[in-house]
Design a binder for this molecule. Structure first.
Ligand code: 4AD
Ligand code: MG
Length: 432
């Protein structure tokens, strides 16, 4: 049978019309002669009202059989209703049961995180999880829009790689027939090649880190956006980043008000996210930490608690620039005036969400790159192609990587990145 289904999100275009929706029962309240069905179809939630005296006996009976997550087609008239959440209500005239479900494991009572994670495939149906995934999708749309409008080309670097980008300590190893291969940690080196071919490029894809860290900021598999830009220096790189983040937050505020409300996000905090963002140097950050009573030596890397203390001073993200060369990746360009630090920046999100972007200007000098290869004992064989980029028309260039899940966690105001991705891969969790 062909049905002309209407989506709940489009109900507003069908006021006083009779429509059919394909949906699940989220919840039901009954009061003798009237049943209030909380319906969801993925696009939204809507209340259906079944009045015993106004429907066929069969419709009333079928409504009574409905349990949480039963699937059905509901026919009814759309009414404007300012009291209801969506602004609309359905006066039900017909019900066609698809499946009456029993024992749905996630009930309205509180469940522990492990239980919910084991049932992630069902948990994502909840209003809160749905809101997060809708915002994630909007963030991705905003990212693509930002780069597409500024003349960047989308380029896809490989997932299976013969060598590492960010160091060898957290690589996932696999066999590539008779050779060794690794799941990518970052597509950056390939994006540098692409920038020399296409000027301004960005990638958007999964990256993998076999990190034995069980923190609220770490995933084993996460999605990264990596722009790379020819003829762009350190300072211009930061300008692109602050505009990029302001655009993403603005887009979520514009399109996802309802979802932010479901999450009880303090939107006033997000409304303050406008470029430019403050910049402080690593040196200044160290001074500040010491003044705050933290034990910290120049040359150490910041941990999450340090980042939080620094970020607390600001209402927007903050750039920490010019880190010591020794704690950053081999490809970062030294500051010409102070070679012990590099032309890099980490962007630290407000409210304790930590580093969301890592980026830098890249070494363009072929001799210095050779030196770095020796210092870092990198195999020239594996990276010959990368060295070619400095040999054939090298130019100043810069880029950065944005972690999607940390960005979603911050914008949604979540305690943990595990809720930012449909099926998180965490330390000791590969299921479901
Ligand atoms: O700072 P990272 O390691 O930088 C790079 O990989 C560069 N090659 C990027 C570039 O310049 N093209 O990672 C970039 C961002 C971090 O700032 C963080 O937001 C995120 O990726 N990230 C993670 N997110 C979730 N779980 C993890 N384990 C993450 N590791 C990094
Ligand atoms: Mg980093």
């Amino acid at each position: 049978m062909k049905r002309n289904l209407v989506m709940i999100r489009e109900a507003g275009r069908h006021i006083n019309e009779t429509v059919t929706i394909g949906c699940w029962l989220h919840n039901m309240r009954s009061s003798g002669k009237i049943r209030f069905l909380q319906l969801r179809d993925g696009s939204g939630f809507m209340q259906g009202v079944v009045v015993k005296s106004e429907v066929d006996a069969q419709v009333w009976e079928d409504a009574g059989k409905l349990t949480q997550e039963s699937s059905l087609y509901v026919t009814g008239t759309v009414r404007e209703d300012t009291r209801s959440k969506g602004g609309f209500e359905l006066t039900v005239t017909g019900i066609e049961l698809i499946q009456v479900t029993s024992d749905y494991p996630i009930t309205p009572k509180e469940h522990g995180v492990d239980f919910l994670m084991d049932h992630r495939h069902l948990w994502i149906r909840s209003p809160r999880q749905r809101a997060i995934l809708v915002i994630r999708a909007q963030i991705i749309r905003a990212i693509q829009q930002f780069f597409d409008e500024r003349g960047f080309q989308l380029v896809d670097p490989p997932i299976l790689t013969p060598s590492s980008c960010e160091g060898t300590t957290n690589l996932f190893h696999t066999k590539y027939f008779d050779e060794d291969a690794f799941l990518t940690q970052s597509g950056q080196l390939y994006m540098e090649a692409a920038a020399m071919a296409l000027g301004r490029v960005y990638s958007f894809g999964p990256t993998f880190r076999a990190e034995k860290s069980k923190t609220r900021r770490h995933l084993i598999e996460f999605w990264m956006i990596e722009p790379e830009m020819a003829f762009v220096d350190h300072e211009q790189n930061l300008e692109v980043q602050e505009q990029f983040i302001s655009h993403i937050v603005g887009s979520v505020l514009e399109h996802c008000r309802k979802e932010l409300e479901v999450l009880e996000r303090d939107v006033a905090k997000l409304e303050k996210i406008k470029a430019p963002f403050p910049r402080i140097s690593y040196d200044e950050a160290v001074k500040f930490l010491k003044a705050e009573g933290h034990e910290f030596e120049w040359g150490e890397d910041f941990g999450a608690p340090h980042e939080t203390v620094i970020a607390e001073k600001y209402e927007t993200p903050v750039f920490i620039t010019h880190y010591p060369t020794g704690i950053k990746a081999f490809y970062m360009k030294p500051d010409p005036n102070r070679p012990e630090v590099v032309l890099c920046a980490d962007m630290i999100a407000p409210e304790g969400y930590g580093e969301i972007i890592g980026g830098s200007q890249r070494i363009d000098d072929p001799d210095l790159m050779e030196e770095r290869f020796q210092e870092h004992e990198l195999s020239k064989e594996a990276y010959q192609w990368y060295l070619d980029l400095r040999k054939y028309g090298t130019v100043p260039h810069s880029g950065f990587g944005l972690g999607l899940e940390r960005t979603v966690a911050w914008i949604c105001g979540l305690d943990h990145v595990r809720e930012t991705i449909p099926f998180p891969r965490l330390l000791y969790r590969l299921y479901p």
